[in-house]
Design a protein around this ligand. Structure first.
Ligand SMILES: O=C(O)CCC(=O)C(=O)O
Ligand SMILES: [Fe+2]
Length: 245
């Protein structure tokens, strides 16, 4: 109540006829100032953010890499990681290897994937049920999937040639600032492996154009999570895609 009484004379005093125009001027100036302040804050955040994470590329699309590996400190000491003691490796790492899988196998897998996706719908054919279904969110495979101890990815298509966007990004946080994004550019036949723990948080950039194919292959040390070793049979060794697909 007291506040209202103070404001009323203020309006009158500022000025008879011109008072409504004066108020809207003030409002416009206020809005302008707010927009300017908002823009300035966004600009400062952008600058700080880009200063805080640099980017470096571990594997460019045009490189031919043989078993390159980059050690990373394990997020947890081996003894506290749980799971099977046989899997308590004392070191954690990332690895990229081109040419490990013969290109004819890569082509075969891609054409099988194509056939399946044409029939059942690809990434556009379904709605994400959870955030885990959206590849562009930062995640830790051990947390997302539970069973993963080692993650391997076999790429079946190539960055820039077959799609844009879609680079794989390790997100290395530094408590002293200077976070670093370490990028692997997918390339048909490239295998990228890493330990699945919190030492390797990552995301995939959203695909901007084209089609990106990646096969995620998980290794577990938990016998309860493991699937039996596949046995070669007529059906699995045949190079033909089954006719009923
Ligand atoms: O497709 C990729 O490059 C990575 C996929 C991934 O992060 C995952 O399957 O957990
Ligand atoms: Fe992942």
């Amino acid at each position: 109540m007291a506040a209202q009484q103070r404001r009323r004379p203020g309006r009158g005093a500022r000025g008879g006829k011109g008072s409504a125009g004066g108020n809207s001027d003030m409002r416009n100036k206020g809005l302008l100032l707010t927009a300017f302040a908002g823009g300035f804050i966004a600009f400062v955040i952008f600058i700080i953010d880009s200063m805080q994470h640099g980017e470096t590329t571990l594997a460019l699309e045009f490189e031919n890499i043989t078993a390159a590996s980059w050690p990373v400190p394990c997020a947890l000491p081996a003894a506290t990681r749980g799971g099977n003691p046989l899997c308590q490796t004392s070191s954690c790492a990332r690895m990229v290897w081109d040419g490990l899988v013969p290109m004819e196998d890569v082509d075969q897998l891609r054409s099988t994937a194509d056939t399946i996706m044409n029939k059942y719908g690809g990434a556009d054919g379904g709605t994400a049920q959870t955030q885990h279904d959206e590849y562009w969110h930062t995640h830790i495979d051990k947390v997302t999937y539970g069973s993963f101890d080692y993650t391997c990815l076999l790429y079946l298509s190539t960055y820039r040639q077959n799609f844009t966007g879609g680079r794989f990004v390790f997100e290395d946080k530094s408590y002293r600032g200077g976070d670093m994004h370490r990028v692997v550019e997918p390339k048909a036949g490239r295998v990228s492996c890493f330990t699945s723990g919190a030492e390797n948080p990552h995301h995939v950039e959203q695909v901007a154009s084209g089609t990106r194919y990646a096969l995620t292959i998980a290794f577990t040390c938990d016998p309860d999570m493991a699937i039996p070793q596949p046995r070669a049979t007529e059906a699995t060794t045949s190079s033909a895609v089954p006719s009923n697909l």
